[in-house]
Design a protein around this ligand. Structure first.
Ligand SMILES: NC(=O)c1ccc[n+]([C@@H]2O[C@H](COP(=O)([O-])OP(=O)(O)OC[C@H]3O[C@@H](n4cnc5c(N)ncnc54)[C@H](O)[C@@H]3O)[C@@H](O)[C@H]2O)c1
Length: 353
């Protein structure tokens, strides 16, 4: 059985990926410092596994620790090796993800996102683990590129967060060219992951004021916040609000299973790097989203317009053809599903985990 290390596995995206991995009978090892997550997500994952007969065959381990700590990472890999079942794939999600914080604390972002990744690569090299899935982001694409964005679009991030992601991709490319080592890299460029597991047991649980639109809408819907600020009503779009490509968190998680299957597939990919968009290819404006959210969940979301945010762009959505071609993956869930599942999570967990 394949054993997958998921760094950042306690976080929003990681926990949904771990759930799917367990369901697909992978053994899972989670490393997370819990700096931006709640240990209860891990407890729920253990509960879910114990109660779900179908996933009893796979194993789950959790290590609390920091990816910058090489000795800690060595211990994690060594324990697996000593158990006779070595870690053979890594899905690397651990990192800091706020664009605005990255402007205020660039050093922290470079240290965690870039130096932290280098430590993971170092330990993988020591333990001869070569398959690596990286969480990249659509924010790395140049503001000048028109949507739909394909993987060949120009890379030119405008904030430290995006720059750390683009830099890691460059590092992975350099490593993949090393003929003495054998690496298989895939970098998944996420668009806007939203929604929650349909059970309502797992979802997005931001610490403090949400940076992202969906948790904010949910908190307005549940009267935890008064009103949703919409940044700009004069963008060159049908209704004047920004258009984005929202992707259901379970589709995104499916994309990671597809990436693992690709890396471990029959075709030998030794020494390879590939970047693949994970988006739906469908753009939805903020006002359309609010309207669908209200309709699906039968409630009212108070909104008001404020000025545009620096660095925003009118329209961003993916060309998802490469994911279809290379990974045999396409998104299956629509905006209605995203709105329903996000609200179900909010109703069942008004204060998060
Ligand atoms: N959510 C998005 O919209 C989005 C979009 C594009 C890319 N991404 C990337 O996907 C990844 C996961 O995002 P998420 O939304 O689940 O974020 P998240 O903050 O919920 O999860 C990240 C996890 O990493 C952990 N972590 C942070 N620093 C760590 C460190 N030094 N050592 C160990 N663990 C550490 C956090 O505690 C958290 O559990 C991130 O790399 C993010 O940049 C996210």
């Amino acid at each position: 059985m394949k054993k997958i290390l998921v760094t950042g596995g306690a976080g929003y995206i990681g926990i949904h990926i771990c759930l799917l991995l367990l369901e697909q009978e992978f053994d899972v090892v989670i490393v997370d410092s819990l700096t931006n997550s709640n240990e209860n997500s891990i407890k729920r994952l253990f509960d879910y596994k114990n109660k779900n007969f179908d996933i009893k065959n796979s194993t789950l381990q959790f290590y609390k620790g920091d990816i910058r700590d090489l000795e800690f990472l060595r211990k994690v890999f060594l324990e697996s090796r000593n158990s006779g079942n070595s870690i053979d794939n890594v899905i690397h999600l651990a990192g800091l993800k706020s664009v605005s914080q990255s402007i205020d604390f660039p050093g922290k972002y470079w240290e965690v996102n870039v130096y932290g990744t280098l430590q993971i690569l170092k330990v993988m090299e020591e333990f001869e683990c070569k398959n690596f899935v990286f969480s990249s982001s659509a924010t790395i694409y140049s503001q000048m590129q028109e949507s739909p964005l394909n993987e060949n679009a120009q890379i030119s991030p405008i904030n430290p967060y995006g720059k750390t992601k683009a830099t890691v991709e460059e590092i992975l490319k350099d490593f993949s060219k090393n003929k003495k080592q054998f690496w298989n890299f895939i970098s998944l460029r996420y668009f806007n992951p939203v929604g929650a597991h349909p059970s309502g047991m797992f979802g997005e649980d931001p610490i403090g004021i949400p940076n992202n639109l969906f948790p904010y809408i949910c908190q307005v819907g549940s009267a935890r916040r008064d009103t949703l600020s919409i940044f700009g009503n004069n963008w060159p779009t049908n209704d004047g609000t920004c258009i984005r490509d929202y992707i259901h968190i379970m589709d995104l998680a499916d994309g990671h299973i597809a990436a693992l299957n690709f890396l471990n597939g029959e075709i030998d990919k030794v020494g390879s790097f590939i970047a693949v968009n994970l988006g739906t290819g469908v753009g939805t404006s903020v006002l359309e989203l609010v309207e669908i959210f209200e309709k699906v969940n039968k409630l009212k979301i108070n909104t008001h317009f404020t000025s545009r945010r620096l660095g925003d762009k009118a329209v961003v959505y993916a060309n998802p053809e490469m994911a279809h071609k290379v990974l045999n993956w396409t998104s299956k869930r629509n905006i209605e599903d995203m709105c329903r599942d996000a609200w179900n999570w909010q109703l069942k967990n008004p204060s998060g985990y």
